[in-house]
Design a protein around this ligand. Structure first.
Ligand code: GS8
Length: 219
């Protein structure tokens, strides 16, 4: 039986990008359904009744919610026998470390306060960006977060690259000066088709955030 894979998504979503990248890493064909978050579809409300949020992966009619759980599900469901496309290490300790860092990316939600705030609040929020230096330290001289191979931590953090220009502009933060290794890593990741196809243009995203900020401030 042919598989049905649908992704309920919204183009600027960092969380949606994770799912897109993981599916493309595994070579899974999927139908991409763009949601209007101000007028959510019946399907979204039904498939994610607790949070009503995108992304939702619908695999043969069954929903999987929460982007990090989705990445793990995708990893366990497709290409299990291929070492090449494995997104989590086989060693339990290394796997625990990868999960820790992916979770840390989530908990930090870098940048959100920066683009939404202004003045003093924005100055305070800039400390959020400082945590990028923690990632810079963890990456060190490795090619990817897990070592040589692109994996779950890379999938969790790389969507954030599409926000780099916006953060640099909103917060006057020089990514290359402050986090050169992270920028070099991001450029390496962008050479992967799965990533390049899944991340929106940085300038388009900046325009989107600018408009959204205006709307939110007018409320
Ligand atoms: C977060 C999803 C989320 O915030 C995950 O999948 O990892 N922890 C979840 N989705 C947002 C869009 S992206 O900013 C969303 O759907 N917002 C609409 C709403 O909350 O009404």
């Amino acid at each position: 039986m042919a598989e049905e894979v649908i992704l309920l998504d919204f183009w600027p979503s960092l969380f949606g990008m994770r799912a897109r990248i993981a599916l493309r890493e595994k070579g899974v064909e999927f139908e991409w359904r763009e949601e209007d978050l101000s007028n959510k579809s019946f399907q979204l409300l039904k498939m994610n009744p607790l949070h009503n949020q995108i992304p939702v992966l619908i695999h043969n009619g069954k929903p999987v919610c929460e982007s990090l759980i989705m990445v793990q599900y995708i990893n366990e469901t497709w290409g299990r026998d291929s070492t090449e496309s494995r997104l989590l290490p086989s060693d339990p300790y290394e796997r625990a470390c990868a999960r820790f860092w992916a979770d840390y990316v989530d908990k930090k939600s870098v940048g959100r306060r920066v683009w939404l705030s202004t003045g003093e609040a924005q100055e305070a929020a800039k400390k959020d960006i400082e945590c990028l230096k923690v990632f810079e330290g963890e990456l060190g001289d490795k090619a990817c977060f897990g070592g040589e191979r692109f994996g779950c931590v890379d999938v969790s953090l790389i969507p954030f690259y599409s926000w780099f220009y916006a953060l640099e502009t909103f917060a006057n933060f020089g990514m290359v000066e402050e986090c050169p290794k992270l920028v070099a890593w991001a450029k390496r990741c962008m050479q992967r088709e799965s990533v390049a196809k899944s991340l929106p243009d940085q300038y388009k995203l900046y325009e989107f955030l600018l408009e959204l900020k205006k709307k939110l401030q007018a409320q």
